[in-house]
Design a protein around this ligand. Structure first.
Ligand SMILES: NC(=O)c1ccc[n+]([C@@H]2O[C@H](COP(=O)([O-])OP(=O)(O)OC[C@H]3O[C@@H](n4cnc5c(N)ncnc54)[C@H](OP(=O)(O)O)[C@@H]3O)[C@@H](O)[C@H]2O)c1
Length: 336
């Protein structure tokens, strides 16, 4: 079986804050029949994530490949095997791949992986949990009784990071987000104990109120003012896992680049830990094992926004995500 695939591709590199819809286009290519060990996958869902805006820069300065002109936008996606060459996965298998915004893909033996059958729906496999889990377990080393602050808590990573901390035994988890509705989502759906709307302009005061004894672990996806507040509200010996810098990536205004109060960091003996998640086999295995169990036990919900509209909706959804419209892990449904 051979099919024509529709792909969303990069037409020009980002140079500022142009909308993704201005930078992307689409094309159609004929895919050959699957050969030895290959499968033809019909994509059903694709991921939309903040990092995609950075990957559209000509020089993203990230430990991963930027998008190439004329090439499809790569990223996590799930779908179903519809044809297979000799030795390939069986037709009908639900798989995950990283070939991104394409409605059909040809995948080799190490390019499409069966989805964990414990997941309620195959698209639950699209999530930022590897980073949330690695950051909380291996970097911040959350332990029983810790008070934890997660910035960007309603985002793809943050919406899982707080839940991971709780599952690891944190006694109190505080999150920040950019609207009252997102703060309600944090406390009523994701199990956060307190939520701070950073747009109220009282981040440090609210953090001190939410954690009067200080914060033991900071999981920062935002930087800027929120990182500076976290340093002030940190308990002695606190671990600060630095995951992202959304305020610098998405908003070049004042506060995008935080200043470290070095004397406070010294006096409190703070441990500041920037990290990159390389998605090693060990990290993937550790997260997928915990995720399946925690979902089954009800210790965790899959925080996500599922948008319909097909592949052509994906660039619009990315612009909406950057503007703060969506919450959790954001997916576009490409096919049923
Ligand atoms: N270290 C690693 O290995 C690793 C791996 C994956 C991702 N990351 C990084 O982690 C961060 C979070 O990624 P994600 O995919 O979960 O992103 P995300 O939270 O889904 O990003 C979108 C959200 O960013 C928030 N935002 C927009 N402008 C902001 C600003 N000026 N200040 C604060 N928040 C703002 C908005 O939420 P509000 O409405 O709440 O403002 C929006 O919903 C990113 O920096 C990403 O590059 C790092």
């Amino acid at each position: 079986m051979s099919v024509k695939a529709t792909r969303v591709t990069l037409a020009r590199h980002r140079t500022g804050t142009e909308p993704a819809t201005d930078l992307l286009t689409s094309d159609r290519v004929q895919l050959p029949d699957p050969g030895l060990g290959q499968v033809l996958v019909r994509t059903t869902h694709v991921q939309v994530a903040a990092v995609m805006a950075d990957l559209m820069l000509e020089h993203p300065n990230l430990p991963m490949a930027g998008y190439q002109l004329g090439a499809p936008v790569w990223g996590a996606a799930v779908g179903e095997v519809i044809a297979a060459g000799d030795g390939g996965l069986s037709v009908g298998t639900a798989v995950m791949h990283m070939k991104g915004w394409q409605d059909h893909v040809l995948a080799g033996p190490y390019e499409a992986f069966p989805v964990d059958p414990r997941l309620p729906e195959p698209y639950f496999a699209i999530n930022q949990g590897v980073t949330a889990h690695h950051g909380m377990v291996d970097i911040a080393r959350v332990r029983e009784g810790d008070v934890v602050f997660v910035s960007g808590a309603a985002g793809g990573v943050g919406s899982l990071a707080g839940q991971v901390a709780k599952a690891l035994g944190a006694s109190r988890v505080i999150g920040s987000a950019g609207s009252a509705a997102k703060c309600i989502y944090l406390t009523e759906v994701l199990g956060y104990d307190a939520a701070i709307n950073y747009r109220d302009g009282r981040v440090l005061a609210d953090l001190r109120e939410a954690a009067p004894e200080g914060v033991d672990v900071v999981f920062d996806t935002v930087g800027g003012e929120q990182f500076e507040a976290a340093v002030q509200a940190a308990a002695p010996g606190a671990r600060l896992a630095l995951c992202g810098a959304l305020s610098g990536q998405l908003d070049d205004g004042p506060g995008a680049h935080p200043r470290l109060d070095v004397m406070t960091a010294i006096a409190k003996d703070l441990v500041i830990l920037p990290f990159t998640t390389m998605h090693t086999p060990e990290q993937l295995q550790a997260w997928n094992s915990a995720y399946g169990s925690w979902l089954a036990e009800g210790a965790l919900v899959y925080p996500h926004t599922l948008v319909s509209g097909g592949l052509q909706a994906a660039p619009v959804v990315l612009d909406e995500l950057l503007a703060g419209t969506h919450r959790g892990n954001v997916l576009v449904q490409v096919a049923t």
